[in-house]
Structure formats: structure tokens, C-alpha cells
Design a protein around this ligand. Structure first.
Ligand code: PMV
Length: 324
């Protein structure tokens, strides 16, 4: 038979959790013990589970021009070549795997003529890595933990699209590009087994916090958004410390960055910048607008002078924020 190649391309964002996911109630299906909310800023596991789920949903495909006809059961016999690249430095260790898995699910689904909606695709991406389910959409996204044992209601929904609050500016301070020492999978497992604070967090704190965060996002209420974001990052790291053996994701530099933000926000009277840290020491700083971002960046560079004099190499995206 003649040879032909079918191509599908996709692009997915990485995501930063402002209300963190930490702890699974089902390890095989990757079902969380609480809801979480993320925000995307930039474009940018377990592939086998995702591949299996997409294949299950593959449909017949026909391209008359190319003379290609594929029955749904035949997708299994075809070779799939995957080329993927990240336009965000992977050294930063920030959710690049989430973006990669979400992109894999989305693009393979497109190739195999899968007709499922985004909610269903998010639940497939979830089975690759939990946080990946939030990368199926742009903007602000909530991963609803769901109640069912089969995970069918543990899906991501978009709270607001990427145009809703586009004054926000995200600065990522790469404190260390070293590989994290404790993977999120084993860290979460240890926390679920040993941290009393985690149970309290999931049952008593996060449900109310998620509602307040949804309100803050809807109203573009930066003060509330910043307070909730910082508090949630701090509680997540407190849970890590409450785990046995304790997990330290942040280092001294991370702590100094927190102090800088706290002091600055306090002196200004209202929060200007929010910080959040995932399973590593790098800071994700969210400023209310370009003006506060530029002002904050000046401070950051003053207290943490880059080793390299070329500042532009530290910025991804819009470099004009530094001015002339
Ligand atoms: O999806 P995982 O297994 O990489 O876990 C992500 C955990 C955090 O990044 C710390 C929190 C989150 O909600 O993304």
C-alpha cells in the first residue's frame, strides 16, 4: 500500500497553581483530596495511561484526497512519532511536564479523531500527571476533585479565559535549576500518610479558599487574590514540613524572596505582588500590572543581583518591561 503521514499539532500552556493540589486519594487514577486552581502564564508522567485512554476513544477516519481510511481498531497498528518542544526553559522546573502531557493528550486526540469534550480530555491528562489536567485550558482553571471512585467527575473546568485578567504580570525567579530532590508523587504519598496538617488543609481550609479565590478572580480583586495565593503556598510548604520525613522544597533564597515581598506589600499598604512556590525553590511572582512588575523587578535585581550582566537573558517574553 502507498505510504502516507497524518499530522496533528497542538499547543498547551504550562500552569501555576494558586490553590495547590497536594495529596491523592487514588494513586492509579490520580484523584486528588482537594480542588485546586491554576493560572496560566506561558505557553509551553505517565504517557502510557494517556495513550491507552485516547486509543480507547479513537474513531474511524477518512481523508478521500489522500486515499486514507483508518478504522478505529486500526489506530493501534500505526506508528506514532511524537516531536515536542518547550518554549519555556525546562531548567526552571515549572510545570513543563504538565504542559507536555496535556499537549500529548490534546494532539493525539486530534490525530485519532477523538470527539470528547475538553472536560473528558482533562480527565485523561490527569492520569498522566495530576496538574496536567489544568493545562488543557488557558486562563484560570479549576480542577474539581470529584466524588466518584472511577474518577469520571475529577475534571478541570475553565473559570475565566486568558483575556479576563490580562493586566497581571508574572515574574519567575529561577533560584536553582537543580532537579528537585523529592518528586511530587513520593512527597504527596508521604504527606498523605503522615501529615495531620494535610487532612485539616484538605477538609477544612481549601474548600472555603477555593470559593474565595473564584470570587477574587471573577472580580479581579488583586488584594484578595494575592492574600489567598501567598497563604496557600505557605500552607502547602507547611504541610511539607509537617510530613515525616520533612520535605524542604524552598531554600534560604526562597525565604528571602518571601520576606522581600511581604515587607514591600506591607510598606505599600496593599498587596502589590503575590508569591507562590511549587515543589521546588523557584519563585513565581504575580504583579498586579506592568508598573508594579517593573518596580518590583528593580527591587528584586537590587537585592539579588544576577551573576550575568545581561539582564535581558533573565526575561522570558516581553522584555520591554525593563525600560531603556
Ligand atoms: O501533578 P504533579 O504530580 O506534578 O503535582 C503538582 C503539585 C504542585 O505543583 C506542587 C501543586 C499543583 O497544584 O500544581
Amino acid at each position: 500500500e502507498g505510504q502516507w503521514v497524518l499530522m496533528a499539532t497542538g499547543r498547551t500552556p504550562t500552569n501555576i497553581a494558586v490553590i495547590k493540589y497536594w495529596g491523592k486519594r487514588d494513586e492509579a487514577l490520580i484523584l486528588p483530596i482537594n480542588d485546586s486552581i491554576s493560572e496560566i502564564s506561558l505557553l509551553g508522567g505517565r504517557f502510557q495511561s494517556c495513550l491507552r485512554e485516547i486509543r480507547k476513544r479513537a474513531r474511524d477516519f477518512e481523508d478521500k484526497e489522500k486515499g486514507v481510511k483508518i478504522k478505529k481498531e486500526d489506530w493501534d497498528k500505526l506508528h506514532v512519532h511524537i516531536a515536542s518542544y518547550n518554549n519555556f526553559p525546562t531548567a526552571a522546573g515549572l510545570a513543563s511536564s504538565a504542559a507536555g502531557l496535556a499537549c500529548f493528550v490534546f494532539t493525539l486526540g486530534k490525530l485519532m479523531n477523538v470527539k470528547e469534550d475538553y472536560g473528558e480530555l482533562s480527565s485523561i491528562a490527569r492520569q498522566g500527571s495530576g496538574s496536567a489536567c489544568r493545562s488543557i485550558y488557558g486562563g484560570f482553571v479549576k480542577w474539581c476533585m470529584g466524588e466518584k471512585d472511577d474518577g469520571s467527575d475529577s475534571i478541570a473546568v475553565q473559570l475565566a479565559d486568558e483575556t479576563h485578567w490580562n493586566d497581571l504580570v508574572i515574574i519567575i525567579a529561577v533560584v536553582s535549576s537543580k532537579q528537585k530532590e523529592t518528586s511530587s508523587t513520593s512527597g504527596m504519598r508521604d504527606s498523605v500518610e503522615t501529615s495531620p496538617l494535610l487532612q485539616y488543609r484538605a477538609q477544612t481550609v481549601v474548600p472555603g479558599r477555593v470559593l474565595k479565590m473564584e470570587e477574587a478572580i471573577k472580580n479581579r480583586d488583586f488584594e484578595s487574590f494575592a492574600k489567598l495565593t501567598c497563604a496557600d503556598s505557605n500552607q502547602f510548604h507547611a504541610v511539607c514540613l509537617d510530613t515525616s520525613p520533612p520535605i524542604f522544597y524552598m531554600n534560604d533564597t526562597s525565604h528571602r524572596i518571601i520576606s522581600l515581598v511581604e515587607k514591600w506589600n506591607h510598606s505599600e499598604g496593599t498587596p502589590q505582588v503575590a508569591y507562590t512556590f511549587d515543589a521546588g525553590p523557584n519563585a513565581v511572582l504575580i504583579a498586579q500590572n506592568r508598573k508594579t512588575a517593573a518596580h518590583f523587578l528593580q527591587k528584586l535585581l537590587y537585592y539579588f543581583p544576577p551573576q550575568d550582566n545581561d539582564l535581558s537573558s533573565y526575561l522570558v517574553g516581553d522584555k520591554s518591561i525593563l525600560g531603556d
